[in-house]
Design a protein around this ligand. Structure first.
Ligand code: ZN
Length: 453
């Protein structure tokens, strides 16, 4: 039975690859990429401890787009970028431009970031996290506005040269992500050497979307992985393991655009880490996971596209009081980003301002074909969300995070209860809160449910 099923599957694949009639190549597809490596010595994003701007390039940073269009559903774009994350203001500007110039409404734009910590600080980020030179904000603003123009021009150009094609879905695996809340980075090496397995929930899936021409040739491949893109904290521009994975795939498949999007990897790290060799190894392993999927028969995606988007009004939980902020400011020890955050919030309170009570959190859901669900969450989402969403919606579900606005960590109820860095860390984002509301997970799931319907 199994042999017949695989034979029928292969025949189906061969048939669909050898016909170029619109019925057999129902999608219209284009991909493009543009180099976004800063040319000036900008401050680098992600680590508060850096004391100077970038000093060179390990490999270039890229923005990429995959345009998908179908008569039943219209056009949508997946944009991937080697940056830590788009602040809301910049994401809104880019999406506004894409609406005006390409007619894409917000639901049709998936604006993702790889969360490399070797990319530039962007306009609208919480500058107080970094100890930057006085000249940096102007340089960062200039770069960010140029980035906005580059991304919009790239998408517009790609939209002007769509070709017929097919879409295919699959899921592979790569096993280097380690739950960083449950495994100490310092002692993990010894534990592994003793034969122990890393502890805690992980998501080692590698979702793969392949776009092919009617003859079956690969045009583009979009793939994801749920792990902080933070092998490195060097002073050179670099896309980290995701950058190496994309480079590896593009070298092995000349002319193909490889696009990386981040899964729910907020509490996952590539461990051990800190060397370029390890970073390259993780990239190679991720690319191998993608190639393994590409080499197998993949699931064809029928000619149907649905896109939904909602801004969820996500309440904060406890917010800092003036007394708490004063205490933080007066804490002994050197000035750090937490003190600077507290100082600013205190000055806002003392000037008679009140804090916002909630945050406009973006959630997006796409359906490709009849059953491929693509759930896209804003910001740094912990792994529990992906595991629960895939359990709830089935194996044909992909979950991307770090998309559309990266503002803070998004804990699950479990992580919220446990506390710790990913449960709060609001000082890294500049937001006026100590915690999210207790029912954050329920609220996000209800919104996904509304959109998935
Ligand atoms: Zn992060």
């Amino acid at each position: 039975m199994k042999i017949f099923a695989s034979l029928a599957w292969c025949l189906l694949v061969v048939f669909s690859l050898t016909s170029d009639s619109p019925a057999q190549a129902p999608w219209k597809i284009a991909s493009a990429r543009v180099k976004i490596t800063p040319e000036k010595p900008l401050w680098m994003s992600g680590y508060a401890a850096r004391t100077r701007p970038a000093e060179g390039t390990l490999h270039d940073l890229w923005a990429k787009v995959l345009v998908l269009e179908v008569s039943a559903g219209g056009r949508a774009v997946v944009i991937t970028t080697d940056v830590a994350g788009f602040p809301k203001s910049l994401a809104d500007q880019i999406c506004g431009d894409l609406q005006a110039q390409c007619g894409l409404d917000r639901s049709r734009i998936m604006l993702t970031s790889s969360h490399t910590h070797c990319g530039p600080v962007l306009e609208g980020d919480a500058y107080e996290v970094y100890v930057m030179d006085a000249g940096q904000p102007a340089l960062i603003a200039q770069y960010s506005q140029a980035l906005r123009k580059k991304i919009v021009a790239m998408v517009a150009e790609a939209c002007s040269r769509l070709v017929p094609g097919t879409l295919w879905a699959g899921v592979g695996t790569a096993d280097f992500a380690v739950n960083r809340r449950n495994n100490a980075e310092k002692t993990l090496g010894e534990a592994l050497a003793r034969g122990e397995k890393p502890k805690g929930p992980v998501d080692h899936d590698v979702p793969v979307l392949a776009a092919r021409d009617p003859a079956g040739n690969l045009l583009a491949v979009a793939f994801g992985y749920a792990c902080h893109n933070t092998t490195l904290g060097i002073q050179q521009w670099c896309g980290d393991y995701a950058g190496f994975a994309q480079l590896g795939l593009e070298q092995r498949h000349p002319g193909v655009t490889a696009l990386f999007h981040m899964g729910c990897g907020a509490d996952q790290n590539p461990l051990p880490r800190r060397t370029v060799e390890l970073c390259q190894q993780y990239g190679t392993r991720l690319a191998a996971g993608v190639d393994a999927v590409l080499a197998r028969p993949m699931r064809p995606l029928a000619a149907r596209l649905q896109t939904r988007f909602e801004i969820l009004d996500l309440p904060y939980g406890e917010q800092p009081t003036a007394a708490e902020l004063r205490e933080l400011v007066a804490k002994p020890g050197p000035t750090n980003y937490q003190k600077r955050w507290a100082e600013r919030l205190l000055s806002e309170l003392e000037a008679g301002q009140t804090f916002a009570k909630s945050y406009p959190y973006p959630i997006q859901v796409w359906k490709l074909g009849e059953d491929q669900l693509w759930i896209v969450l804003g910001s740094e989402v912990v792994v529990d969300y992906a595991l629960r969403l895939k359990k709830q919606y089935g194996p044909a579900t992909w979950v991307t995070s770090y998309a559309n606005d990266v503002m803070c960590y998004i804990p699950s109820h479990r992580v919220w209860q446990e506390g710790g860095y990913e449960a709060g860390a609001f000082a890294t984002s500049g937001l006026p809160a100590n915690r999210w509301c207790e029912d954050i997970e329920t609220r996000i799931f209800s919104c996904v449910e509304r959109l998935a319907k």
